[in-house]
Write a protein that binds this ligand. Structure first.
Ligand code: PGA
Length: 259
């Protein structure tokens, strides 16, 4: 049995105004009173971070930003930095989501600077990695994931990797209704863990939580979360419905919640 606390994160993407976010929180809190020993993190759009954070403040549920810039302040019109999202009450930040990489041209180098900045600002990065359908079909899954990990973590030493989350999100499974099979996902997770133990050490590998993302929902979450190396989920579409999201959390296998 592992001592990694399961983590379920909601990535709302560009959805929910402030009032919609607050409505979600009200229903979600009503739905889910006890979560056992699990961590629940919500990543609203930047505009709803503050109000969602206030609404979550007495609940034990945590707040994440969906993105950040790597400089702390200065002439970077439109950007939001680590100290700013920390100021809004964020404990986590999603970095390198495939939509950021593909639509907004984020490179591995930019992602590496964001990871370093998150750690410097005492934010826990949720670093997203994952391959495209073409790469998947050409058996390049691990090659791609390893390269993304290697570049993102190139400047991160053993002493700075204290609290870190990795999300494996096969791009072909995001928002498509196609999920990697639990066994397929677990295989990649195990390779990530093995890589961490080689590059850092066994303690880091055993402590780092590796989430799966890509069409995760209440209907498949129990099976995904039953896999040995799947420590949680990063949920997009299914996190917009409070009941569905609560059911995903209820589906964490009991042996992973009660150590
Ligand atoms: P999805 O998105 O659950 O809608 O597939 C997951 C993600 O992009 O993080």
């Amino acid at each position: 049995m592992s001592d990694r606390i399961p983590l379920i994160a909601a990535n709302w993407k560009m959805n929910f105004t402030i009032s919609e976010a607050l409505k979600f929180v009200t229903s979600f809190i009503h739905e889910l009173k006890a979560i056992g020993e699990a961590e629940v993190v919500i990543a609203p759009p930047a505009t709803a971070l503050y109000s969602t954070g206030i609404a979550l403040s007495e609940t034990g549920f945590k707040l994440a930003a969906q993105n950040m810039y790597w400089e702390d302040n200065g002439a970077y019109t439109g950007e939001i930095s680590g100290p700013f999202i920390k100021d809004l009450g964020c404990e986590y930040v999603i970095i390198g989501h495939s939509e950021r990489r593909k639509i907004f041209g984020e490179t591995n180098d930019m992602i590496s600077k964001k990871v370093a900045s998150a750690l410097r600002n005492d934010l826990v990065p949720i670093l997203c990695i994952g391959e495209t359908l073409e790469e998947h079909e050409n058996n390049k899954t691990w090659e791609i994931c390893e390269f993304q990990l290697k570049t993102a973590l190139s400047n991160i030493s053993l002493k700075n990797i204290d609290n870190f989350v990795i999300a494996y999100e096969p791009i072909w499974a995001i928002g498509t209704g196609k999920t990697a099979t639990p066994a397929q996902a677990n295989e990649v997770h195990a390779m990530v863990r093995n890589w961490l133990s080689k590059i850092y050490d066994v303690t880091v590998a055993q402590r780092t939580r590796i989430l799966y993302g890509g069409s995760a929902k209440a209907g498949n979450s129990r099976e995904l979360l039953s896999q040995k190396d799947i420590d949680g989920l990063l949920v997009g579409g299914a996190s917009l419905n409070p009941l569905e999201f609560a059911n995903i959390i209820r589906n964490i296998p009991v042996e992973k919640v009660n150590h």
